[in-house]
Design a protein around this ligand. Structure first.
Ligand code: TMP
Length: 207
């Protein structure tokens, strides 16, 4: 059954780990599923990811950054996400449209309405059925990182605070589609909470 689930969260929130655990759980139950991530997930997307994350080189203007993330998204939706959903698979995506709203909107200060419009064009109106937010304070999240390796991790604490606040606002505005989890909980506890919600969205599924 086609189901589109996205993971969101600040740096060091553990969302990539949880996305992998969810994929494993689905596979254990023989539910066809794919895991992908943004920016990236395609050959073009991976090239854009390198440009977007690298510390050296020409500074990237916020508007250019917005369109680079959008370009990666157009390609990922067309090449992987839509075809997988059409085949009835569960698609898990580590970051999606909400990352742009919080990082480029709340973080960089770009107009949220403009970002929503760009997101709609990039996804052709595809929306996640469920978005899982791993909520963590920036202090805690950045501490979990061994070294601050990319352009985003190196941003000021105030930038990461705005990102975190943005996530909380987005989730509160659409509670039916968001599952907010305290990222400081033990890893297995988080995985159990996620599975409890996801398994309910799978018709004819009994745990
Ligand atoms: P990550 O996948 O390793 O978390 O790195 C992606 C970085 O890019 C992360 O710092 C968040 C940022 N990002 C944006 O700023 N906007 C976006 O639309 C996406 C998908 C990611």
């Amino acid at each position: 059954m086609a189901l589109f689930i996205t993971f969101e969260g600040g740096e060091g929130s553990g969302k990539s780990t949880q996305a992998k655990l969810l994929l494993k759980k689905l596979q254990e139950h023989n539910i066809p599923a794919v895991l992908t991530h943004e920016p990236g997930g395609t050959a073009l997307g991976n090239e854009l990811r390198r440009v977007l994350k690298r510390k050296q080189g020409t500074p990237i203007a916020p508007g250019a950054e917005l369109f680079l993330f959008a370009a990666s998204r157009v390609q990922l939706v067309a090449e992987l996400i839509r075809p997988a959903l059409e085949q009835g698979k569960v698609v898990i995506c580590d970051r999606f449209v909400h990352s742009t709203l919080v990082y480029q909107g709340y973080g960089r200060g770009l107009d949220l309405t403009v970002i929503e419009m760009v997101n709609k064009i990039a996804t052709q109106n595809l929306r996640p059925d469920l978005t899982i937010l791993l909520d963590i304070s920036p202090e805690q999240g950045l501490m979990r990182r061994r070294s601050l390796e990319d352009r985003f991790e190196q941003e000021a604490l105030s930038f990461h605070r705005s990102v975190g606040e943005g996530y909380v606002k987005l989730a509160a505005a659409d509670p039916d589609r968001w599952l907010v989890i305290d990222a400081s909980l033990p890893k297995q506890k988080i995985a159990d909470i996620i599975w409890e919600t996801v398994s309910k969205l799978l018709p004819n599924f009994s745990a």
